[in-house]
Ligand binder design. Structure first.
Ligand code: NAD
Ligand code: UDP
Ligand code: UDP
Length: 380
């Protein structure tokens, strides 16, 4: 592979990412960090399908080889086990930088590591982008808005984040000690969580502030070193290949209903979230990368549901007899979250297509297969 990028971005800009008739599109060389994870693996599927060459860089903290195994043997696919906190030399045209645990249970597991991944990992990937002249896309998060004082959230809102953390632990102390001293032993964490579905609600600032710094770094490489960058702020996303037992509400409810356990609703269940199906997100990420705007762009589904409404959709989809069990909520659980996606609609021509009633069944069949079809997975 030659040193310089071979992609003419003007082509993409003037054609909305599509190559005009009569011009043969060259395959791109693309790195997807975190490509063995939930979102990353769906993105890889799309990039491979359109003819690009993809290198997945992943340390398998929350990602799984199974998510990308179907590409093994394809000469346009490579998988490198690598931690983005360490420098990496590659020659590519585009970098989709997703590497970072996304679920609270995972990113609170080793908060310092989460910060290193977001800060040092992002710095390394920006250094790589600068060296080879690649375009760089950061997957930031709605969490940069913290517990928002603006609803719905627009990209111009600066957020309401507590830099020193702020949530309480529900787990008994003995369990906490295992988690804190357990270093990378995610299996231990999952074995504590599965079944009983306890909620770990420690400090989330490592993630929020880590992503905020990653955005700052991205803009400083853009302004200071001329790196072509893109920033996506992703809102709650669900779909096949999500980690089982990651503590998030959609995966919890779906796994609980399938296992004939009660659905655990925290608090009064009147708090709201907006749930985006993963294929919509992938479409948004690709449009953002190929378009001419830096962002940041909110990528999320504005359809707003209370947790009780979500529980009802899960009951309708899986088991109308599933019981609901109320559990205490954390004190500062955001009451509402909903993206304002006008900017993405106008400048990227993007909006979500898959609503919860259509998307949930697609996730359910994947969870059903992983819980009942693969004994090892169900007990991990
Ligand atoms: P995920 O946990 O399934 O995927 C993250 C991937 O990154 C995993 O494969 C993991 O092994 C890998 N990884 C973590 N740390 C790494 C490191 N130091 N070096 C190399 N690889 C590393 O999560 P996801 O839901 O697919 O999230 C992907 C990205 O999207 C993340 O950056 C996340 O912050 C962002 N995001 C996701 C959501 C969502 O709802 N899923 C919402 C907002 C933002
Ligand atoms: N880097 C990398 N791969 C590259 C180029 C750089 O991992 O191909 C890392 C590099 O090790 C450094 C970071 O990216 O830690 C920032 O690189 P940059 O060149 O911007 O800064 P410098 O090396 O001058 O500190
Ligand atoms: N939640 C719930 N039951 C669960 C898990 C979560 O009622 O089993 C609630 C949680 O209190 C929050 C919402 O669902 O109000 C979304 O939680 P999640 O962890 O999925 O995402 P985030 O809070 O990061 O948006």
């Amino acid at each position: 592979w030659s040193h310089r990028p071979k992609y003419d971005y003007r082509l993409a800009v003037h054609s909305g990412g599509k190559v005009p008739l009569g011009i043969k599109r060259k395959g791109l060389r693309i790195v997807v960090t975190g490509g063995a994870g939930f979102v990353g693996s769906h993105l890889v599927d799309r990039l491979i399908a359109r003819g690009d060459s993809v290198i997945v860089v992943d340390n398998f903290f929350t990602g799984r080889k199974e998510n990308v195994m179907h590409h093994f043997g394809n000469p346009r696919f490579d998988l490198i086990r690598h931690d983005v906190v360490e420098p990496l030399l590659l020659e590519v045209d585009q970098i989709y930088h997703l590497a970072c645990p996304a679920s609270p249970v995972h990113y609170k597991f080793n908060p310092v590591k989460t910060i290193k991944t977001n800060v040092v990992g992002t710095l390394n990937m920006l250094g790589l982008a600068k060296r080879v002249g690649a375009r760089f896309l950061l997957t930031s998060t709605s969490e940069v808005y913290g517990d928002p004082l603006q609803h719905p959230q627009k990209e111009t809102y600066w957020g309401n984040v507590n830099p020193i953390g702020g949530y309480h632990f529900f787990l008994p102390l003995s369990h906490l000690v295992v988690i804190v001293s357990g270093d990378r032993n995610l299996a231990t964490l999952h074995s504590l969580l599965s079944g009983s579905q306890r909620r770990i609600s420690g400090v989330r600032s490592c993630y929020d502030e880590g992503k905020r710094t990653a955005e700052t770094l991205t803009m400083d490489y853009h302004r200071g070193a001329g790196v072509e960058v893109r920033i996506a702020r992703i809102f709650n996303t669900y779909g096949p290949r999500m980690c089982l037992d990651d503590g998030r509400v959609v995966s919890n409810f779906v796994a609980q209903a399938l296992r004939k356990e009660p659905l655990t609703v925290y608090g009064d269940g009147k708090q709201t979230r907006s749930f985006q199906y993963v294929s919509d997100l992938v479409e948004g990420l690709i449009r953002l990368m190929e378009g001419e705007h830096v962002g940041p762009f909110n990528l999320g589904n504005p359809g707003e549901f209370t947790m009780l409404e979500l529980a009802k959709v899960v009951q309708e989809t899986i088991d109308p007899d599933a019981k609901i069990e109320y559990r205490p909520n954390t004190e500062d659980d955001p009451h509402k979250r909903k993206p304002d996606i006008s900017r993405a609609k106008e400048l990227l021509g993007w909006e979500p297509k898959v609503d919860l009633h259509k998307g949930l069944p697609l996730m359910v069949s994947d969870f059903r297969q992983r819980i009942f079809g693969d004994h090892k997975e169900a007990s991990s």
